[in-house]
Design a binder for this molecule. Structure first.
Ligand SMILES: [Zn+2]
Length: 560
């Protein structure tokens, strides 16, 4: 669809009846015919198609696969204008899909990246940023991780005060659910040691003093005071181009923005129009955003859009975070007997959100990490599904981290798609002792989901988690963290299963299994070319398998 067509299409949407949903992948075509633009030969092609699981060659015309099979079958479509890539020694997989990510969350354009390994380095970075920030304006640190410092302790209010005292500073955890602020920030917001915690939030205290750490809804008050940096539309567009280009380098051809507002949507749309979008985007509007209200008003619902940019499920968040240890559980955190985590929505709020979304033709995706939150979200889904007629709407539970047999049975019965973190075991290992070995046997439970016949989706939750699919596959296959510690080995999956999760299941999660997730004639020409066969390398070295080339819709989006 051309830019003008799509604009007209989006504008025309206002005239559609409420609840009208156009299937994504609007240009679903029959198998194309004629000359191939691109042919790959001599490769090991893991098609994920039961009809022909391993092929040697593929041919592409436009954005679609023309043929998948033997060299001679595909070369038959080649002529002088066809680019032929020698795939000898390379393994081709369907393009990797990330079903839950926040590509634009870091906003490095207006903040300073503090994904650093010492508190001193963070202080210096904040001081540098403060020096170029006008008085009264917020200094933002992004991508903070409390467990990765050589000092072996988290950042606190005093650390930031020592670096920046005269301007408000907020250092946001890469997980998105907590932050550390300085004394100036508390002063501006009027928060003191005796200020009560708001519902669904916490000002952390030690010996009656604020530590600087704030969680969930306790962050809200800071966004209402002082002057915040703004991103202009061009900066947003460039951010979308850079974020999706970086993802393409890792073999990703489709990702999901799992909580978007108008700024994010325009960023993707502008990058798309400029030919700068390197991944397909399933856009999940934030349930509390003005954009969601506008979409409902316009009669736009889940599935609307095209194969590059489509509207996914509406997103809500019912509890805290796994990596920041605030998720809501029925049993306490290890060594912290009074800490059961934080719920951020009441059952009534969840029920209302689900009713409203379903009434407007939306699928629902609710963030629920702990077993308590998962139970609440399932209750809301079970209630609306009792009145539901027709195909499975595939409501989602975002993260769905801590499960048990009862929850697994209910997830299966409700046809719900869980999206557990796929790189967390490997990348966030130092955080799992807060849960303990017993809980880790039931967390990020890819094996249990598969065993229950649940189409578990691939999810990085970038920025909280890294999105590299090869790291994800190693993480799911070995359940071993980067320091060699093993967490919940009962949840291991095979390399074949991990590949299937990252491709076929990713397509299922966005209702696009008929256009992507496997390499078959007529489907989108989305694939990754790897320097080694993941099925043949040491599982602890999967992370080192290089992505040599990525192709999305027949276009090369990455070439090493
Ligand atoms: Zn998320």
């Amino acid at each position: 669809m051309t830019t003008t067509d799509r604009r007209r299409f989006l504008q025309g949407a206002a005239a559609l009846p409420a609840g009208f949903a156009l299937a994504s992948g609007a240009s679903r075509a029959a198998t194309p015919a004629g000359r191939a633009d691109l042919v790959v030969t001599g490769a090991t092609i893991l098609t994920m198609s039961p009809a022909e699981p391993v092929a040697q060659a593929l041919a592409v015309r436009g954005d679609r696969l023309l043929a998948v099979g033997r060299d001679e079958d595909c070369l038959a479509y080649a002529d002088r204008g066809t680019r032929v890539i020698d795939g000898r020694g390379l393994t081709v997989t369907p393009g990797f899909i990330d079903a839950h990510s926040h590509p634009l969350l870091a906003q490095e354009a207006i903040g300073v990246n503090v994904n650093l390994r010492s508190i001193r380095d963070v202080q210096q970075a904040l001081a540098r940023k403060a020096a170029e920030t006008p008085p009264g304006h917020w200094v933002r640190g992004v991508m903070y991780d409390d467990t990765k410092f050589v000092e072996e302790r988290p950042l606190d209010r005093r650390d930031i005060d020592a670096a920046v005292a005269d301007r408000p500073v907020i250092v946001r955890h890469r997980g998105g659910h907590t932050a550390v602020v300085n004394s100036k920030a508390f002063e501006l917001a009027g928060v003191g040691p005796d200020t009560p915690d708001p519902f669904g939030g916490r000002y952390f205290r030690e010996n009656g003093e604020l530590t600087g750490k704030v969680a969930e809804h306790a962050m809200d008050v800071f966004f209402e005071v002082g002057t915040w940096p703004v991103m202009d539309r061009d900066t947003w567009r460039v951010s979308a181009a850079i974020a999706t280009r970086d993802m393409a380098k890792q073999g990703i051809t489709s990702t999901t923005d799992a909580y978007g507002s108008r700024d994010e949507f325009l960023a993707y749309r502008d990058a798309y129009d400029a030919g700068e979008l390197s991944c397909r985007i399933a856009f999940m509007p934030g349930g509390n955003s003005e954009m969601f209200a506008a979409l409902k008003e316009a009669g736009i619902a889940s599935g609307f859009g095209d194969a590059m940019l489509s509207i996914g499920a509406v997103k809500y968040s019912a509890d805290g975070s796994a990596s920041e240890r605030t998720m809501s559980m029925s049993t306490p955190y290890a060594g912290d007997p009074d800490n059961y985590g934080i719920l951020t929505m009441t059952q009534e709020q969840i029920d209302e959100a689900v009713d409203d979304a379903v009434a407007h033709g939306f699928r629902v995706g609710i963030h629920a990490n702990g077993d308590v939150a998962i139970d609440r979200v399932l209750k809301a889904y079970e209630r609306v599904l009792a009145d539901h007629d027709g195909p499975n709407p595939r409501h989602r539970i975002e993260h769905c981290s801590l499960v048990n047999d009862e929850l697994l049975r209910r997830i299966k019965a409700a046809g719900v798609v869980p999206t557990p973190f796929y790189t967390y075991i490997y990348y966030h290992g130092e955080k799992w002792s807060a849960y303990g070995d017993e809980k880790m046997r039931s967390m990020f439970a890819h094996r249990s989901f598969l065993d229950h016949g649940i189409p578990v989706a691939p999810a990085s939750d970038f920025t909280p988690g890294p999105y590299e699919p090869m790291m994800a596959i190693q993480s799911m296959v070995t359940r071993t963290d980067s320091r060699g510690r093993i967490w919940g080995p009962n949840q291991r999956v095979t390399v074949d299963e991990a590949l299937r999760i990252c491709t076929v299941h990713g397509a299922y999660a966005s209702f696009e299994e008929d256009v992507k997730g496997s390499l078959e004639p007529g489907k989108l020409a989305d694939f990754a070319m790897l320097g080694a066969d993941p099925r043949r390398v040491d599982p602890l070295a999967l992370i080192d398998v290089p992505v040599v080339r990525t192709v999305m819709g027949g276009r090369v989006t990455h070439e090493a």
